[in-house]
Design a protein around this ligand. Sequence first.
Ligand code: GCV
Length: 851
Amino acid sequence: MRTLISLALVIIVPAVAGAEDGHAAWLRYAPLDGAARTRAAALVPDTVVTLGDAAPVLKARDELIRGIRGITGRDVRPADAMGNERTIVLGTAASFPAASVGYTIGQPLGRDGYAIESFRRGSAPPAVAIAGERDRAVLYGVFAYLRRLSLGQLTADLRERSEPAAPVRWLNHWENVDGTIERGYGGRSIFWEGGKVRDDLRLVDDYGRLLASLGINGLSINNVNANPVFLTREFLPQIARVAGVLRPWGVQVVLSVDFASPQKVGGLQTYDPLDPGVVDWWKKTIDTVYTSVPDLAGIVLKADSEGRVGPSAYKRTHADAANVIARALKPHGGVFCYRGFVYDHRMDWRNLENDRARAAYDNFKSLDGQFDDNVIIQIKHGPIDFQVREPASPLFGALQKTNEAIELQITQEYFGQGRHTVFLVPMWKETLDFDMQVKGPGTTVKQIVSGRTWGNPTGGFIGVSNVGRDPNWFGNHMSQANLYGFGRLAWNPDLTSKEIIDEWTRLTFGSDPRVVETVDALQLSSWRVFENYTGPLGLQTLTDIVGNHFGVSVEASERNGWGQWHRADEKGVGMDRTVATGTGYIKQYSPAVAKVYESVDATPDDLVLFLHHLPYTHKLRSGKTVVQFIYDSHYDGADAVAGWVRDWKTLEGRVDAERYAAILKQLEYQAGAAVVWRDAVARWFHRTSGIPDAAGRVGTYPGRMEAEAATLEGYVPAQVTPWEAGSGEGAVECKAQKCTATFRHSGQAGRYDVIVQYFDVNTGAARYSLRAGTAGRSASAAPDQSAASARQAQWTADDRFPTRRLDGASSTRFILPDVALKPGDSIVIEGTPDGAETAALDYVEIRKAGG
Ligand code: GCV
């Protein structure tokens, strides 16, 4: 990870001025270049007139002034009325006629729609109206106007009308009141700390602005694994404070609740949803919440899943549970989201008929028609749990009389947790565009959740965001594209991945064609690349399922009740979900879809092991055998990430220095991690199947010297768990004060990058020093002096990977670049442990410098 990026940075002065920490995300309003700026400046107004004084409209006015100033350098003046200057008029559709400015909306706008339209009053200069169906839609219109301006797409005659695909465009945040975030990778909560709301909510305000720019209109502020304290009277003022900050941005608060709240905080004996006392408690409690937060958008509930209690405790149905809360919300216009993520995590793995993928459908299908009209079933995009590749959840096609929302995970739980770049929009698009064929061909998931297929009006899009206090929100600049993409798709799911990333890249990094081309290509390929090195063919993410969900661990999913099984053994791999011989999951799809999935030959390779158990020697549609595909894809994936590092380096000086360096560091890490994944998965299948890699790569690592075979002073052998995450026979660790491992270069003389693969657990900060080359030759050269003379380096293993063990999550690398080595030269590593962190080493590998 620490590849001495600083070497290059001190030498080359970046051409782009101004450091950037990423906080502004896609709302940087960076100045356009030369001619584009002159063109844009000629089109923007001199004054802005605001109709009414609603907070979102005033925010819209301020944003317009700020954006135009940033992008074009022109100052727009607020004015009370239209005069003899070019003007933009902002207001709700209803406010225009009364203001007599010479513009009316004409055809009414639906939902949160907006119009941006040029008009002229008599001989006055041209004007533009930005009108919204409601206050917050004025903001949406202004952000759309500024997006056009930033992208150089503003024209003199504007005729844009836009309405979102669905009313629910919400985010869920899995935040705890102590400030931690479940599955959050961008730092601690922007809302909570130490059991209460934070004093300083400026980050919430900044976040509200980002969300408004995407048209997001609801936000749950606490974990779905909910703490019942949120429904106590004492806590309400804290929720009201957050709601007060988000309200001007048109973002309404949503609460997650604990289904046992009537008992836990209401003091009742029961939380049985059919008990009159419980019914009354929900009603009174929700009435009270609305006295503090009159525009609460709704409530979300996770019940009967992963240890959360639910209606099953009283043998009641999910509909009973949903309706009792929905009815309490109804008089206030609130919506109730019941999560479809209901499954038994204590399933018997020995029973080949058991299948977690069936759970959502099995739980909800028979209840269709029993949910009130303000209930939404919130369905994860696939039937398992945000794995690297899953088919569309069959539940989308199963409910006709029930509102549905799709749940997409923006936070990268199974996608490298902010340390890997993975643009998720192409994956989401695949689900949204998938034709469930439940009403003949043409019933895509996006149509169903938008309510168009069955005329259910209250559905939509819900993203699990989990941003934190990190300046760039996610801990990875590139991850911002996922929040951006979610918002854009929630507004318009017909946008393509290419359109979305192109907008994002230009808004985030500017329109330098080389930058746009490089970033777009990297992001657009990243899901496939990640899949290639973490779990191709529908195997799901081969990660530590029962632990950190981050490092590689091929068998972690097996022989436990969590049901993410791939059932690999020495003969074959994959879950048989067919109707003929398997779990029958495939029957949950429409006959047309089931027909494709039931046939091994018709099933797309991408999903084949999700749906079928196949011998390793089975020939796929691609013509490769299953096992060779697994080997090849892992090498392709790791090679692709190494290529991204090279590509990114070509942008030096074209991207501001701060983000350039941060992204280079992130990609360098990812390139190393992809090699760990590649070797682990390929070796696991190689050992298990006994089938050699046709290309001869698996098990043969040119230039690699295992630590356990080095000359060791103090270092002792250590086990890596799982075994496949350690190269060779395992690792070495230091249990003394200091230990040394000496490796000898036996290859040709030349210039090499020296890669040290070591383990960085989160219990300490072990130190390492490295000396490479013939003793006596400029041994004192510091690593940051120059690449050519760099032959010695020190580093500290203080990255906070989510593990205490020597495993796939802690395995990482240090690279000392461009070292001159000749046969017999030594590479000496000295490790100094820190408490339980034992300065462990896996191997040293040398590769041609710059390779
Ligand atoms: C909030 C997965 C995650 C859990 C999460 C759960 C859910 O299992 O690992 O952290 O819990 O999904 O969506 O409820």
